[in-house]
Design a protein. Structure first.
Length: 206
């Protein structure tokens, strides 16, 4: 069959473009793997958390145990002691390492916004909700959700968080249907939660 010359040129140009797109894709994939390898290297316990003391070595053993499981972990310690670093070390050494690590500072979000920040909201749920918004539970799907300063969470919202953790599902603000989630939860606090429970500021069941 006769193929016009300009058609041959177009075909050749398209093949060249396809080749370059494929080449760029493979290079990008290689870069992503390289970054992932560096992340894995960066978060090795004994290279991320510096120390040779007996308590630090005990911490490494705990982190190794936690990383091999899917259990919820609570990290306690004073402000500035590296609680988020511990949470990242657990995540990046777990089976979820290639998924998202999403951190939420509970103390930095006003109480009236925290529920929608965690669980998202439906369009029309309140004035100004012009579109559906995904919450952190949805955004972190298959990965790890780090709830920092959990002790600062208002007790009125603690029941909703507890229900979500028990059911492994949540309901968006303004929604009706439960949405299941697959997220590993790590929380941190500088507050003594036992004293908060005694003071009626934190739910014992949570």
């Amino acid at each position: 069959n006769f193929i016009p010359k300009n058609s041959e040129t177009d075909l050749r140009n398209e093949l060249i473009k396809t080749y370059h797109r494929l080449k760029n894709f493979l290079e990008l994939k290689k870069d992503v793997q390289s970054i992932q390898d560096r992340v894995d290297q960066k978060f090795r316990f004994n290279e991320t958390i510096i120390g040779e003391s007996k308590p630090i070595k005990g911490l490494f053993k705990l982190l190794e145990k936690a990383a091999k499981t899917n259990i919820t972990v609570m990290v306690t310690g004073e402000t500035g002691t590296g609680k988020e670093l511990v949470a990242q070390a657990i995540h990046y050494n777990s089976q979820r390492r290639k998924e998202k690590f999403v951190a939420v500072n509970m103390a930095a979000i006003p109480n009236e916004l925290l529920e929608s920040e965690l669980f998202g909201y439906e369009k029309g749920a309140f004035t100004g909700a012009n579109h559906r918004k995904l919450g952190k539970f949805e955004f972190a799907d298959k990965g790890t959700l780090f709830l920092d300063e959990i002790g600062e969470m208002d007790i009125s919202l603690q029941a909703k968080l507890l229900r979500a953790l028990e059911d492994r599902a949540f309901i968006r603000v303004g929604g009706m249907e439960p949405i299941p989630f697959n997220v590993r939860i790590i929380v941190a606090t500088h507050v003594n939660l036992e004293k908060s429970v005694e003071a009626g500021k934190f739910r014992e069941d949570l």
